[in-house]
Design a protein around this ligand. Structure first.
Ligand code: PGA
Length: 247
């Protein structure tokens, strides 16, 4: 199963979220494309709206972009995994590089969040990625394997985990598109260690309609995690079609 989804980051009003989700609802009315698991990760403000439009039995999984490791309490500004589940999320994105860089997420808090997510029966979407200097010096594989090991420390059953490899140098409007040669070694290492144990191993960072098929052709890549190119419904539906055509 290829997991193909998007996080909207800090984008979309409720009206925009509604438009997108109505378009997706129509597109998956007859079921998701064979072999593809779609998912969308709206901002928390739009979670219940998105869930309500899709309905409880939708083939589309819905997630949150972050959740705290405690179930409840005095943590101003945070939401918990049980709250996310209550609002209709089945996925929790954890450790995106923007969270690590700007919100002081560490390997330790990422690990706590992975455990909290699994404890409540949701799927962690664990994001890992190396900075440009590490890539340039040939340290990508070691960096990524250490990040994943730290995030999964003490987790016995990783069967519900999704890993997203997102090189920091490839993400966002200043990112450089990665080619297969840039990511093949990391995917070989991730696949050898986790390929038959986790749910999927996704690639993310400047994925678009022009490079998606080639990226899915890299050994070990079993999904795409997309930002900008999937924020308009037509772009996202194109990516679902491209993925389905590679199955
Ligand atoms: P991008 O974002 O596709 O816009 O580069 C990817 C991500 O941050 O997951």
């Amino acid at each position: 199963m290829l997991w193909v989804g998007t996080s909207w980051k800090m984008n979309k009003t409720l009206a925009e979220a509604t438009d997108f989700t109505n378009g997706l609802l129509d597109a998956v009315a007859g079921g998701a494309p064979a072999g593809v698991q779609p998912f969308i990760i709206p901002p928390a403000t739009a979670l219940t709206t998105v869930r309500a439009i899709l309905g409880p039995d939708s083939p589309v999984e819905v997630g949150v972009q972050n959740a705290h490791w405690e179930d409840a309490g005095a943590w101003t500004g945070e939401i918990s995994v049980p709250q996310a589940a209550d609002a209709g999320a089945s996925l929790v994105e954890i450790g995106h590089s923007e969270r690590r860089e700007f919100f002081a997420e560490t390997d330790q808090t990422v690990n706590l969040k992975v455990k909290a997510t699994l404890r409540h029966g949701l799927r962690p979407l664990l994001c890992v990625g190396e900075p440009a200097e590490v890539f340039a010096s040939g340290g990508s594989v070691a960096h990524i394997m250490a990040q994943v090991a730290a995030a999964l420390e003490g987790v016995d059953d990783v069967g519900r985990v999704l890993i997203a490899y997102e090189p920091i140098w490839a993400i966002g409007e200043h990112g450089r598109e990665a080619g297969p040669d840039d990511i093949v070694a990391v995917f070989a290492a991730l696949d050898a260690e986790y390929g038959d144990r986790v749910e999927a191993i996704l690639y993310g960072g400047s994925v678009n309609q022009g490079n998606a098929a080639e990226t899915l052709g890299v050994d070990g890549v079993t999904g795409l995690f997309v930002g900008r190119s999937a924020w308009q419904i037509d772009g996202y539906l194109d990516l679902l079609r491209i993925a389905a055509a590679t199955v």
